[in-house]
Design a protein around this ligand. Structure first.
Ligand code: THU
Length: 128
């Protein structure tokens, strides 16, 4: 049987991942956690670079790491920031590419989250 992971558990995993953030330039730590359809959780955090364009967002770290682990079927992603900030446009496009039907939980650092979907975050999407 597929193990069940609650939204709260996925948010908690993203809170933990956020502690690994490398964000010395913005001081805006972001954590993410993607849930595979077979119940695995894969974490991500933002990793900044002195050459700012080299920065990668937490959501894309989690999703690309999951793909590198051979995972292709995702049911949800949680994103945690200090203030419950919403995923950037580039991350929305990548979410759409890899998990267009995912639920998205957007949380602040205390674990207060709202639920949405990739489809709601990226209406009239290109290519997905
Ligand atoms: N960031 C994310 O990790 N995810 C987003 O969806 C928005 C922005 C990161 C990038 C950068 O390290 C910091 O937040 C400030 O933009």
């Amino acid at each position: 049987m597929t193990p069940t992971v609650s939204p709260q558990q996925l948010v908690a995993a993203a809170q933990s991942a956020r502690r690994q953030a490398h964000a010395p330039y913005s001081n805006y730590a972001v954590g993410a956690a993607v849930l595979t359809q077979d119940g695995e959780i894969i974490p991500g955090c933002n990793v900044e670079n002195a050459s700012y364009g080299g920065t990668i967002c937490a959501e894309r770290v989690a999703l690309t790491s999951a793909v590198a682990q051979g995972k292709r079927q995702f049911s949800a992603i949680a994103v945690v920031t200090v203030d419950g900030g919403s995923p950037c446009g580039l991350c929305r496009q990548v979410m759409c590419e890899l998990g267009a039907e995912m639920d998205v939980y957007i949380s602040d650092a205390a674990g207060n989250f709202r639920s949405t979907t990739v489809r709601a975050l990226l209406p009239d999407a290109f290519g997905c």
